[in-house]
Design a protein around this ligand. Structure first.
Ligand code: ADE
Length: 239
């Protein structure tokens, strides 16, 4: 059973999110475990300050290495006390490798993950070098902190764990599973605001429905994501 720990300055926000909906239900069923930890609890100064001015100047503040490091060490120890292996440690930074479903599937194979969130202008590089196993960015934009990124990673990894999704096949049909975007979906009513559901979906003819969905999937990917389409074509040797 997978356990994810998040080290952050906003543990309540992160934990509250993971306690809701599908992840919350999975945790209550004992299918996954999530724990959020306050980095500030590991400061050694009486002001509980976690950041300082950057060497070399520049604007903003940089998070100190020590509280992050000590927080991670405590989490590693806590995992060990429960007979768990040392977590695979991922730092959330805008300078990391860009995250995709491939990363999610790889991270989903670890028993324990520790996601570390920076805030302010960044973290002292040395703590990343000292205990980080990898650095991940969730996209080419800058967030005020790593919390949303950590939740994106936790959510996309935990939903792949056995039993978390109601339908085991749930994720195999979705966007990005086979390198393509998902086909459009419809539910009741049959006509809404004058818009009818594509007739083929009402026929009950499974082969035709499959074919229509495959076409839609390909066409959407070609027009919306030419980059994914080119990669899919190259992989499937089609022109
Ligand atoms: N922290 C700030 N921006 C980020 C991003 N794009 N991905 C991950 N962590 C971040």
């Amino acid at each position: 059973m997978m356990r994810i720990d998040i080290a952050t300055l906003f543990p309540d926000v992160c934990q509250a999110y993971m306690n809701e909906s599908i992840l919350g239900r999975a945790a209550r069923k004992g299918l996954i475990e999530t724990h959020c930890h306050q980095i500030r609890d590991y400061t050694l100064n009486k002001q509980k300050q976690v950041d300082d001015y950057p060497y070399g100047g520049g604007c903003g503040m940089v998070m100190n290495a020590q509280p992050i490091y000590d927080c991670c060490r405590a989490i590693i120890r806590q995992n060990w006390l429960y007979g768990r292996p040392r977590p695979h440690i991922v730092f959330m930074t805008a300078a990391g490798a860009r995250y995709d479903e491939g990363h999610a599937r790889r991270l989903a194979t670890y028993d324990n993950l520790l996601l570390v969130c920076g805030h302010y202008e960044g973290m002292d590089e040395r703590v990343i070098q000292e205990i980080g196993d990898e650095e991940i960015s969730i996209g080419d934009y800058v967030l005020t902190g790593g919390e949303l990124a950590a939740l994106v990673v936790a959510d996309s990894v935990l939903r792949l764990q056995p039993g978390v999704l109601a339908e085991p096949q749930g994720y195999q049909e979705e966007s990005h599973w086979n390198g393509l975007l998902e086909y459009p979906q419809y539910t009741r009513p049959e006509v809404w605001q004058g818009r009818a559901v594509p007739p083929v979906l009402l026929t009950g003819h499974h082969a035709n429905i499959e074919k229509w969905r495959a076409q839609q999937s390909l066409e959407r990917t070609r027009t919306r994501r030419p980059d994914l389409y080119a990669a899919w074509q190259a992989k499937n040797n089609k022109t």
